[in-house]
Write a protein that binds this ligand. Structure first.
Ligand code: ACO
Length: 327
């Protein structure tokens, strides 16, 4: 339709929350055969936050959501869409979107959760953006929250040192100007054996009461694939938006491993002072990782209005997704 004004989705506000309880690397030296020097050098992690007894993914999502709404200057009642990305929901159903809707006093808007491992937040952002651009929603709350401590095997040194808990949230709003400039998402189920949980409702259900369900990962193989996919994703997003790598003000990557982050930055020739790095403080918080890092950058007044931000995440499935937007 010629002359029609394009509709965009813009980030109106961000928020995040991490639990008070902190596990430093020394904690893991007492649990498994590892050491602080190895963890720092191979992953970049120094600390991670974990939930207190009784605290859950929903509690963290609520705090992050309230902070994002406050930053946007909006009431929960004005939302017409809530999407929560998580692999560790409080319940199978009611879904986390609905539970959060009730907690923050929103609704009766569409509210749901989705699971796409570490890419869950970007998947959620992609859906919310599509609904806003298509005119089906005006204001959306997009949240990523995880309590990975519930599915971490604290006897497995190759994974237990990596994961932490937290939540991050973004309020998206319809706008006449961008906003989100480009989004890419993808998945490849052929790699599910490299990164998965050990049991669920349909698989090894009988083991759940005795053995629990834990994350299992072939770290070095996941690492190699993550570097390739995330680098291609970042380069592709820049091209989709009609920009050059030097136009990117901030890279906000999934915080899985400092060496993966450095590899993406190298591919884009981005200096380290243009990257938001929170891995040393948060570890890998899966779906929460990107919005948590984004809000950390915003609240530190590093990411400023009008700047160009590139987010990219990769996780179990494999799943991946990235977004490039003007903040
Ligand atoms: N402390 C000391 N040594 C260790 C530890 C540890 N915590 N863990 C592993 N090692 C040892 C291994 O046993 C191995 O020893 P060996 O050479 O004697 O066999 C050696 O260190 C090297 O092991 P690798 O697995 O090859 O170590 P790598 O350098 O690849 O680091 C890591 C492992 C940190 C897991 C890395 O592979 C990684 O970050 N992978 C990608 C993670 C990721 O991106 N995941 C996707 C998102 S997560 C999600 O979706 C939930």
């Amino acid at each position: 339709m010629s002359g029609a004004r394009r509709r965009y989705a813009r980030v109106a506000g961000t928020g995040s929350y991490v639990p008070e309880r902190v596990l430093d690397n020394a904690h893991f030296e007492r649990l498994v055969n590892t050491n602080d020097a190895w963890i720092r050098k191979r992953t970049g992690i120094q600390r991670r936050h974990v939930v207190a007894p009784g605290e859950t993914t929903l509690d963290m999502c609520e705090r992050a959501a309230r902070r994002a709404l406050e930053a946007a200057g909006l009431e929960a009642g004005s939302l017409d869409l809530i999407v929560v990305g998580t692999t560790t929901p409080d319940l199978v159903f009611p879904n986390m979107g609905v539970l959060l809707q009730e907690r923050i006093g929103a609704g009766p808007c569409m509210a749901f959760s989705l699971e796409a491992a570490c890419a869950g937040f970007v998947y959620a952002l992609s859906l919310a953006e599509t609904m806003i651009v298509g005119g089906r929603a005006q204001r959306a709350l997009v949240v990523g929250g995880e309590m990975l401590s519930r599915i971490t095997d604290y006897e497995d040194r190759s994974t237990c040192i990596l994961f932490g808990d937290g939540a991050g949230a973004v309020v998206l709003e319809a706008a006449d100007e961008p906003g989100i400039l480009a989004v890419r998402t993808g998945a490849d189920g052929r790699y599910q054996h490299l990164l998965h949980t050990t049991a669920g409702l349909g698989r090894h259900f009988d083991r759940l009461p005795h053995e629990g369900h834990y994350i299992r990962m072939q770290g070095s193989e996941v690492f190699r694939k993550a570097v390739t996919v995330l680098s291609d994703l970042a380069v592709g997003l820049v091209a989709d938006a009609g920009l050059r790598p030097e136009d990117i003000d901030w890279l906000v990557p999934h915080q899985a491993n400092i060496r993966i982050i450095q590899a993406i930055a190298e591919k884009l020739a981005l200096p380290e002072d243009k990257i938001i790095i929170t891995i040393e403080e948060h570890g890998n918080t899966s779906t929460a990782s990107v919005p948590l890092a984004l809000d950390t950058g915003v609240r530190a007044e590093r990411i400023r209005r009008g700047q160009t931000v590139l987010c990219a995440a990769f996780g179990g499935g494999f799943t991946w997704g990235g977004a490039l937007f003007r903040y």
